[in-house]
Design a protein around this ligand. Structure first.
Ligand SMILES: [Zn+2]
Length: 317
């Protein structure tokens, strides 16, 4: 064997060793980087104020006011009905680890009271509807204030006050975010009015699934002429008499659409629509929950816009 061939083999070997060296160093680098990133993420997460909300609609409003400085944990998943929610053990852990708990109030999330008591949390607990004079159904306050963006401005003020008191060093940031989002709510309100202006007044009549549109109707000049479930609580059972009188109303008023909800089955609405002598569309709306992230109604602003477009579409058809 000649020396040249041996040297070539040697240099082949050493370049292979060099290559392995580079690979090993790269891997170590990646491991170190991932440890640093994990540490950084952990710091960021503990840096952020831990806020628990009951509904994801309130969750989005907290996120708008808190920005990157809050981490929002919603107890209700998208599509879950807030009136009938059954808490799970993980909810207790979330509440125990929170610095702020934001409830909706007006009877919507009374189930959260016992959770908070048994969690032993030291979190500040606030109610976003504090200060709102609710519409009443007998002795029961109507909780569906979020269907009116103008009332949501008060939610924003309550959330901003709470964030500023729990996290005083960032008070200025929360105030600025609250002002920006309040302006967006005012723009949304103006947009809804403009969009609805295309509807002749005699068409501004709603038949909905449960009684969740009173605040929306009051704000924008609609009349709720019937509900499939005649109650603020979607668990109530409508009587056969109620359903047959609703079929009469739908016939008599020439109702073109029944608006159903993402959080509830629409079988009863379909039955009513099938018993009329003119076509009635079933138009699903988002009422008690935002859509999944990435969906058509995954923020409060998109939620209202989606509903208004569907209502105008349903009533103009
Ligand atoms: Zn409801």
């Amino acid at each position: 064997m000649c020396w040249a061939a041996l040297r070539q083999k040697d240099s082949g070997l050493s370049s292979r060793y060099r290559l392995w060296g580079v690979v090993v160093i790269c891997c170590l680098g990646l491991v170190a980087l991932s440890v640093v990133t994990r540490q950084k993420k952990a710091t960021t997460d503990t840096d952020r104020l831990q806020v628990v909300v009951t509904t994801n609609i309130v969750g989005d409003i907290v996120q708008q006011v808190g920005g990157d400085h809050v981490q929002v944990h919603s107890l209700l998943r998208p599509g879950a009905d807030p009136h009938t929610y059954h808490p799970v053990p993980a909810d207790l852990q979330k509440i125990a680890g929170a610095q702020l708990v934001v409830l909706h109030g007006l009877g919507l999330d009374d189930w959260a009271g016992r959770l908070i008591d048994s969690s032993g949390t030291k979190a500040r607990v606030i109610t976003v509807t504090e200060g709102i004079t609710p519409l009443m159904d007998g002795d029961h306050p109507d909780p569906h204030c979020w269907m009116d963006p103008n009332l949501v401005k008060l939610y924003v003020r309550n959330i901003s006050d709470a964030l500023r008191s729990v996290d005083a060093p960032r008070a200025q940031i929360y105030s600025e975010n609250a002002s920006r989002f309040t302006k967006e709510l005012e723009e949304l309100d103006a947009w809804v009015r403009a969009r609805i202006a295309s509807l002749p007044e005699e068409r501004r009549k709603l038949v909905t699934n449960h009684d969740s549109f009173a605040y929306f109707a009051r704000r924008y000049g609609f009349k709720v002429i019937g509900t499939v479930i005649p109650s603020l609580n979607p668990e109530a059972e409508p009587s056969a008499r109620h359903l047959s009188s609703l079929v009469d109303t739908v016939r008599k008023e020439g109702v073109r659409a029944i608006f159903t909800e993402d959080t509830m089955p629409q079988a009863l609405a379909e039955t009513i629509a099938s018993q009329t002598d003119h076509p009635v569309r079933i138009m699903p709306l988002y009422t008690g929950s935002l859509s999944e992230a990435g969906g058509v109604a995954d923020t409060y602003l998109k939620f209202i816009r989606y509903n208004v477009e569907a209502i105008v579409d349903g009533l103009l058809s």
